[in-house]
Design a binder for this molecule. Structure first.
Ligand code: ADP
Length: 305
């Protein structure tokens, strides 16, 4: 049995459904990225997985020796949390609270674990500094060290690179990949689909439709191709021009479908060829496209449900 098996889940608040027909599983060693537009229910799914919220319907099963309290969580940081007036050591140690039970202090073993994880995240030198004095990237390392105090098995990360500059973003993604290679199962929410397909082994896409499968299956799916192209096009528009190939995912393992085999004109990204005109516009990238911008796959009832 998988670590986590989700069957036909509907999510929502006060019985109002915001996402439904969600089924997927997370096995030991997986790196699952949960993607979807803002407001599609990604954070609500995280809260439901953590049992902080009841599902409207459906089931979440835990197995393969995983216990509910062995899931470490790195929440999306609010402005207030970034300003938290505690020392780095105190914050990392708070990840051991689940181990303390009713004991009102941290024991030697928990303090050792906190030190080990601070060392591992390269933040030992800040141990006595106030958390709010650290940069965004350093703060995320502190929260990762804290989550690692709670688990050696599964980490749930909600937008862990939100607000970080590009260099620190890459460092954070590498750190997360390293933890995954060391055997920690990763479940990460991300709005960055290109990064998701670069790093993840599996993709869950929620929103107007639901897709769950391996990264390769996602890349081959109409929906995956569509969203990657859409995001690439949006980046390109933001920069007012062509998008360097490197930013589309670089190497073979991350190449967009159709671009990997020395693709010619027919595989060029719409909008990136010199003078790409109206005929190359992506559906859905026109100002708030309407019915004519239906997502590929939605008309056929989605990919995999
Ligand atoms: P995402 O993480 O994909 O951006 P969320 O899970 O945060 O999406 O939110 C999904 C929807 O649920 C949004 O429309 C949001 O306004 C709504 N929502 C989020 N939290 C609550 C809440 N506590 N009560 C009612 N509605 C909520």
């Amino acid at each position: 049995m998988a670590f986590i098996t989700v069957q036909n889940l509907s999510l929502g608040y006060d019985s109002q459904v915001i996402a439904e027909n969600i089924s997927f599983s997370v096995n030991k060693g997986d790196y699952l990225c949960i993607v979807g537009e803002n407001g599609s229910g990604k954070t609500t799914l995280m809260k439901t997985l953590l049992h902080l919220q009841d599902p409207v319907s459906g089931q979440i099963l835990i197995g393969d020796g995983l216990h509910r309290n062995e899931i470490g969580y790195l929440p999306q940081q609010t402005v207030v949390q970034r300003d938290f007036p505690a020392s780095v050591r105190e914050i990392v140690l708070s990840g051991c609270q689940g181990r303390c039970g009713l004991r009102p202090f941290y024991n030697k073993e928990e303090k050792r674990l906190a030190d080990e994880n601070m060392e591992r995240m390269g933040i030992m030198e800040y141990a006595n500094r106030c958390y709010r004095e650290l940069s965004g990237g350093q703060q995320q390392r502190v929260l990762l060290a804290r989550a690692l105090c709670a688990t050696r098995k599964v980490l749930l990360l909600d937008e862990p690179v939100s607000g970080l500059d590009p260099k620190v973003t890459v460092e954070m993604y590498s750190l997360i990949s390293e933890l995954n290679r060391e055997g920690i199962t990763i479940i990460m929410i991300s709005h960055d689909i290109a990064a998701a397909v670069r790093y993840a082994s599996h993709i869950l896409h929620i929103g107007e439709f639901v897709f769950y499968g391996t990264k390769d299956e996602y890349l081959k799916s109409d929906a995956g191709k569509f969203f990657l192209l859409q995001q690439a096009h949006m980046h390109s528009a933001d920069r007012g021009g062509a998008l360097p190939e490197a930013e589309l995912g670089g190497g073979a393992e991350t190449a967009l479908p159709g671009t990997e085999q020395g693709g010619g004109a027919e595989t060029a990204l719409p909008g990136t060829e010199p003078g790409g005109g109206a005929e190359t516009a992506l559906p859905g990238t026109e100002p708030r496209g309407g019915a004519e911008t239906a997502l590929p796959g939605t008309e056929l009832g989605g990919e995999k449900r």
